[in-house]
Design a protein around this ligand. Structure first.
Ligand SMILES: [Fe+2]
Ligand SMILES: [Fe+2]
Length: 147
């Protein structure tokens, strides 16, 4: 996950992304018990990072807050899936999930949603820049409308 493209321009977020990338890079590929502890630590770090982003976005009325939160929930779900693989001691499967699939999902999130969010927080994008990115409310199913 170490990649210069992950530097978005907000030190707190950039540092946390680097820490999370380092944790992914340090995952054991041979010891399932060590890996189980590392996954728990990764979940804690990611949950704290996501909570920090939520607080920052809410404090600045980021227009994509709900979409960003939904992506975080999806990433947490994917990471949580590792527990089932660990319990079944499916080492090859969990290694692939944690060293290939999860880093790709994290990089995709960081280079798109996080990048847009940081650009907004740094004043490079404004609320109007997000207006066209959302589905028109009139086309949304009744239960999906933001009231
Ligand atoms: Fe992030
Ligand atoms: Fe994020």
């Amino acid at each position: 996950m170490n990649n210069p493209n992950l530097v978005l321009g907000l030190p707190q977020i950039d540092e946390e992304h680097q820490q999370i990338a380092a944790m992914f890079a340090a995952l054991s590929t041979t010891d399932i018990d060590v890996l189980t502890g590392q996954v728990a630590a990764l979940e804690t770090a990611i949950a704290a990072h996501f909570a920090g982003e939520h607080t920052l976005m809410a404090s600045r009325d980021f227009p994509g807050l709900h979409c960003h939160k939904a992506q975080h929930a999806g990433l947490e779900y994917e990471l949580h899936r590792a527990h089932g693989m660990l319990k079944k001691r499916q080492l090859d499967k969990v290694i692939r999930h944690l060293t290939v699939i999860m880093p790709q999902l994290m990089i995709a999130h960081i280079t798109t949603m996080d990048r847009m969010t940081v650009a907004f927080l740094n004043g490079e994008l404004g609320t109007a820049d997000f207006a066209q990115l959302r589905l028109p409310e009139e086309n949304a199913p009744a239960g999906a409308r933001v009231e």
